[in-house]
Design a protein around this ligand. Structure first.
Ligand code: GAL
Length: 378
C-alpha cells in the first residue's frame, strides 16, 4: 500500500472510531417539570471533569440516567430509567432508581414491635411490607438543592415523613446527597432523625446493565460479592433468620462468576426468588466503609464497585420483570435485563434479634454512605 493510502486509511479509521463512540445524551429538565400534590418536580444534572454524568429527579430522589466511560472512549448509560416524569408515574411498582424506604426490602406481615408497642405497616407484597409500602419514599416529591462538596457537584434531597405514614411511628426527616467525584464515583450519603422511636433502612434501588442497554440480559456480567454468608429466605422472600454459608451453593460469588453460570440450577433458594434475590452478609466490620461487590461487563469494559458502610447487600437479578415496561431508548425492561445491588440492613431485621438493629431513637442520627465506583476493567 502506498504511504498516502495508508495515511488516508488511518484517518478514516480514526474518524469512524470517533463516530462509533457512544455519546452522552442528556434528558432535558423540562421533561421532568410538573407539579405533583402541589410540589414542583425537576431534573438535576451532575458531572465531573471526565464527563461522567448523572441525572436525578426529586420525584422519589431517583437516578434517571448514569453515563460512565466505556472501553472505546465513549460513554454508556448504565441504569434503567424513563424519559419523562409521566412515564415514572405509570411505573412505580418496579422501583426504578429511587431511594426506597422507610424500610427498604421486606418486613414479615408488615409487623414489628418496638418498646412493647406493636405496629402494623402497609401490606403491598404478598401479605408482607416491601420498600416502605405503597406510599413510600419513591413516590414522594423531595426538596432539592445543589450542594457542591469540595469542588464535586452534588445535590441534596430532603423529605419529611409524617408520623404514621405507611404505619411507621415518628416524624422522620431524611436527607440524601448524591455526589459525583473525580474518581468516577457516584456517592450517596444519607442522614435521618426522628422525634419518636422508629425503624429505618433506606436504600438506592437502581437497576444496572453495564452493557448500556436492556437489549442484553445481565447473565454475562461477572460478579464478585464480599460475603461468605447470606440470609436464606422462605416463601414470600422473608428471611428464616439463619445466616448460611454460600460455599458449595449457586449463591457463592466469592470469586468473579458470571451471573448466568448457575442461575438456572435446581436449588430451593433460587426457586423461591426465581433467580437471585438474596441478602448477602458483608464480610467487614459493622459501620465501616468497605468493598461489598464488584461487577463488570466484558462487552463495554465497564466495572462497578459497590463500597458501603452497610451490613448487607441485596443482589436481585431482575427476575420479576415481564417486559411490559419500555424505558429510555426503547429498552424493554424484560426478564433479567437489569440487576440491583442494594446496600442496606438485613431484610426483616426488626423481627430478628440476631440481625443488626434497624431502630432509630430521637436522640440519634441514622447515617449511611454508599458509593458506586466506575472503572474500565483491564
Ligand atoms: C427488589 C426485591 C425484589 C423485587 C424488586 C422490585 O429489591 O428484592 O424481590 O421486589 O425489588 O420489583
Amino acid at each position: 500500500m502506498k504511504k498516502s493510502h495508508l495515511i488516508i486509511t488511518i484517518i478514516l479509521l480514526s474518524i469512524s472510531t470517533i463516530y462509533s463512540q457512544n455519546k452522552i445524551k442528556c434528558i432535558p429538565a423540562t421533561n421532568f417539570q410538573t407539579v405533583i400534590n402541589g410540589r414542583q418536580t425537576s431534573l438535576y444534572t451532575l458531572t465531573n471533569s471526565n464527563g461522567m454524568t448523572v441525572q436525578i429527579t426529586n420525584y422519589g430522589a431517583r437516578v434517571v440516567a448514569l453515563w460512565v466511560p466505556d472501553k472505546n472512549g465513549g460513554f454508556q448509560d448504565v441504569v434503567w430509567g424513563y424519559n419523562s416524569i409521566q412515564e415514572y408515574l405509570k411505573s412505580t411498582d418496579i422501583y426504578c432508581g429511587p431511594i426506597v424506604g422507610r424500610y427498604g426490602n421486606r418486613i414479615n406481615k408488615g409487623q414489628f414491635t418496638l418498646n412493647n408497642t406493636a405496629y402494623q405497616l402497609t401490606l403491598n407484597n404478598n401479605g408482607n411490607h416491601l420498600h416502605g409500602g405503597t406510599g413510600g419514599f419513591e413516590n414522594k416529591v423531595w426538596d432539592a438543592k445543589f450542594t457542591p462538596i469540595n469542588g464535586n457537584q452534588a445535590v441534596t434531597l430532603s423529605y419529611t415523613s409524617p408520623d404514621g405514614e405507611e404505619g411507621y411511628p415518628g416524624n422522620v426527616i431524611i436527607h440524601v446527597t448524591y455526589m459525583v467525584t473525580e474518581k468516577n464515583e457516584l456517592t450517596i450519603k444519607y442522614s435521618a432523625t426522628t422525634d419518636a422511636p422508629t425503624i429505618i433502612n433506606p436504600t438506592s434501588h437502581c437497576y444496572f446493565n453495564l452493557t448500556g442497554t436492556a437489549a442484553n440480559t445481565i447473565l454475562e456480567h461477572k460478579l464478585k460479592i464480599n460475603a461468605l454468608k447470606y440470609t436464606p429466605v422462605t416463601k414470600g422472600l422473608i428471611p428464616t433468620g439463619e445466616l448460611l454459608h454460600v460455599k458449595g451453593t449457586p449463591l457463592d460469588f466469592t470469586k468473579f462468576t458470571a451471573i448466568g453460570k448457575s442461575i438456572n440450577v435446581t436449588n430451593e433458594q433460587l426457586a423461591l426468588g426465581k433467580g437471585y434475590d438474596h441478602n448477602y452478609v458483608l464480610n467487614k466490620k459493622l459501620g465501616k466503609m468497605g468493598e461489598a461487590a464488584e461487577i463488570y461487563s466484558e462487552q463495554t469494559g465497564i466495572s462497578m464497585k459497590v463500597i458501603t458502610d452497610q451490613p448487607g447487600l441485596q443482589f436481585y437479578s431482575g427476575n420479576f420483570m415481564d417486559g411490559t415496561l419500555t424505558g429510555k431508548r426503547g429498552d424493554i425492561h424484560a426478564f433479567r435485563t437489569g440487576f440491583a445491588l442494594e446496600a442496606q440492613n438485613f431484610p426483616d431485621a426488626p423481627n430478628h434479634t440476631n440481625f443488626p438493629s434497624a431502630v432509630l431513637l430521637p436522640n440519634q442520627t441514622y447515617t449511611q454512605c454508599t458509593s458506586y465506583a466506575f472503572n474500565i476493567k483491564k
